[in-house]
Write a new protein. Structure first.
Length: 309
């Protein structure tokens, strides 16, 4: 039975032809794109609610969405390449398979793809200068810089959660909102922090699953430093804190943006219970998938809440 199982596994691996469109699609990690889409989605909805349909700027809004998605793909390529070069994506990996490690994409081809996606992201973001000024160049440069620094060094120092809060919360929400409205309001800041906390739950469950492998690789995530119990509680508290923080939307007149995410809170608690029950191993990938779904659902709920308000 072991021989048959191993043979079946190898046959499944052969389904992905190296260098094929399917191989590149898997390398892009489509399921992770919601992490880039949610902050911009929330910012667009709040901007629309603030300015109204007549003054909403569709073209810069579309450019913000494209920039965020391309940068996420770029970050995935960077992560795939550099983790492979470090030898982290071996057979002990519990998460989804990576393109370079599986031989689907050669390291040289991946490096070329990184250069290409970085240039395309810069080309897409450049026109935003016309809408918000030269300072957007600096923001774009920081996004590109930390895209590389996260995988190559900062995630190994336990700074991943801080970077998620900044670059998947504060930066995309507040900058997008500013580009579309010309200002940054208190509710935009609240929305950015809440969004960052929700997206961090995805990183927390990922690091919780990989705690043993990360420790062996010298990757000092917060979960590695503080242990399983901290990882579980941080996951629960991060999602619920986002909803609690969002209750401030009532003060700014966005009642539905505060009320609708209560549905997310229920789903998040259910995911936490699954996390506690499973505790470790590849089965946590199910919780990872549920968390990604909940995260996207949160973005929809808050966005609809702003539009209803």
């Amino acid at each position: 039975m072991f021989t048959f199982a191993r043979h079946s596994h190898l046959m499944k691996e052969k389904v992905v032809i190296p260098g094929s469109p399917k191989a590149w699609l898997l390398a892009m990690r489509p399921k992770t794109l919601s992490g880039a889409a949610v902050p911009v989605m929330i910012a667009l909805a709040l901007s629309y609610a603030t300015t109204g349909a007549a003054q909403f700027k569709a073209l810069p809004a579309a450019l913000c969405v494209l920039f965020a998605l391309i940068m996420q793909i770029d970050a995935n390529f960077v992560n795939d390449y550099f983790d492979f070069m470090r030898g982290n994506d071996d057979d002990m990996r519990l998460g989804p398979r990576r393109a370079c490690a599986q031989g689907w994409i050669s390291p040289r081809a991946m490096l070329r793809a990184i250069v290409l996606t970085t240039l395309v992201a810069c080309a897409v973001g450049l026109p935003l200068v016309m809408y918000a000024g030269m300072w957007t160049l600096g923001v774009g440069a920081l996004c590109v810089l930390f895209c590389f620094l996260y995988t190559t060094s900062l995630s190994y120092l336990g700074l991943g959660d801080v970077l998620v809060l900044v670059f998947f919360g504060v930066v995309p929400v507040c900058v997008t909102f500013y580009i579309l409205t010309g200002c940054v309001t208190a509710e935009a800041v609240v929305a950015s922090l809440s969004c960052g906390l929700v997206i961090d739950t995805l990183l927390l469950v990922n690091n919780y699953r990989d705690i043993d492998n990360d420790a062996a690789a010298g990757k000092k995530t917060l979960v590695v430093r503080l242990g399983h119990r901290f990882g579980r509680m941080a996951y629960l508290v991060s999602g619920l804190s986002a909803v609690a923080l969002g209750s401030a939307f009532v003060y700014y007149g966005h009642v539905w943006a505060a009320v609708l995410p209560l549905v997310y809170a229920v789903l998040h608690v259910a995911a936490y219970r699954s996390m506690v029950r499973i505790n470790k191993g590849k089965a946590l990938n199910m919780v990872l998938g549920t968390t990604a779904r909940n995260m996207f659902f949160y973005g929809i709920l808050v966005s609809v809440g702003f539009l209803l308000g």
